[in-house]
Design a protein around this ligand. Structure first.
Ligand SMILES: *Cc1c(COP(=O)(O)O)cnc(C)c1O
Length: 239
């Protein structure tokens, strides 16, 4: 990676942090309430290294094997990195997630929850999990309907190796700020409803490069940002 690209990641991270702070201040929230996940999918370990050098320690990955490879590459690093699985999860890959990641944002069915709970190694802290809600993207098969959250939440809460921390959503792409805000506000209300039965649920994972300010205005506590940090992704390079 060239020197100018390295500087770009550091500069991009600074810009994103400033945008988070601005969006938070605009609605009277503290910027510290919003955790920034750097979404490093399709990007090489060298790009992650640059982000670490710029003080970024939380990363999101979509593809299980790619994420596991990066986790192994940076294992033992101080300060420790936190790895979030944010992609669709098939049951034959659940063991790798349970054994390697700190968080899973895409829990959307009981079977996957049971497998993650069984497969989480006893010497690790419980896996921090979010239930993915299909809030607006009817075409997407990922996520459950809002009305099904309480039932799955109650089942997950009974699993000792999973810690239910809240909800996640990937709304359908939408450029209008008011409409983005409307959808994200439904998620904020859903988290409030969840907190009534699950007081430790403190996390709302929502907001990407193109809808981050609206997500923060609606109460996001975790934004997942890829493009604005690492640049556009080249999927043709993937095997
Ligand atoms: C790729 C991805 C992101 C990051 O998207 P950008 O638009 O590049 O910021 C966030 N969340 C999920 C679930 C993703 O798959």
């Amino acid at each position: 990676m060239s020197l100018s690209q390295q500087n770009a990641i550091e500069q991009n991270l600074q810009n994103v942090r400033e945008k988070i702070a601005a969006a938070a201040q605009l609605c009277g929230r503290s910027p510290e309430e919003v955790t920034l996940l750097a979404v490093s999918k399709t990007k090489p370990a060298s790009a992650v290294e640059e982000a670490i050098a710029a003080g970024q320690f939380s990363f999101g990955e979509n593809y299980v094997q790619e994420g596991v490879d990066k986790i192994a590459h940076f294992a033992g690093r101080q300060p420790a990195l936190t790895w979030h699985f944010i992609g669709p999860l098939q049951s034959n890959k659940s063991r790798l997630v349970a054994e390697n990641f700190d968080w899973c944002h895409t829990l959307d069915r009981l079977k996957i929850a049971q497998r993650l709970n069984e497969q989480r190694p006893a010497d690790l802290a419980p896996l921090q999990v979010l239930i993915q809600v299909n809030i607006s993207d009817e075409a997407s098969k990922s996520g459950i309907a809002l009305e099904d959250v309480a039932e799955l939440a109650a089942q997950v809460m009974a699993m000792p190796n999973l810690n239910l921390r809240g909800l996640m959503a990937i709304p359908a792409a939408e450029t209008d700020y008011a409409r983005q805000l409307d959808v994200f506000s439904q998620m904020r209300d859903a988290l409030k409803a969840l907190q009534a039965i699950c007081p430790q649920a403190d996390t709302l994972s929502m907001g990407m490069t193109d809808d981050m300010p609206a997500a923060i205005a609606a109460g996001s506590t975790m934004v997942r940002i890829g493009t604005a940090i690492f640049g556009a992704r080249d999927y043709s390079a993937k095997p």
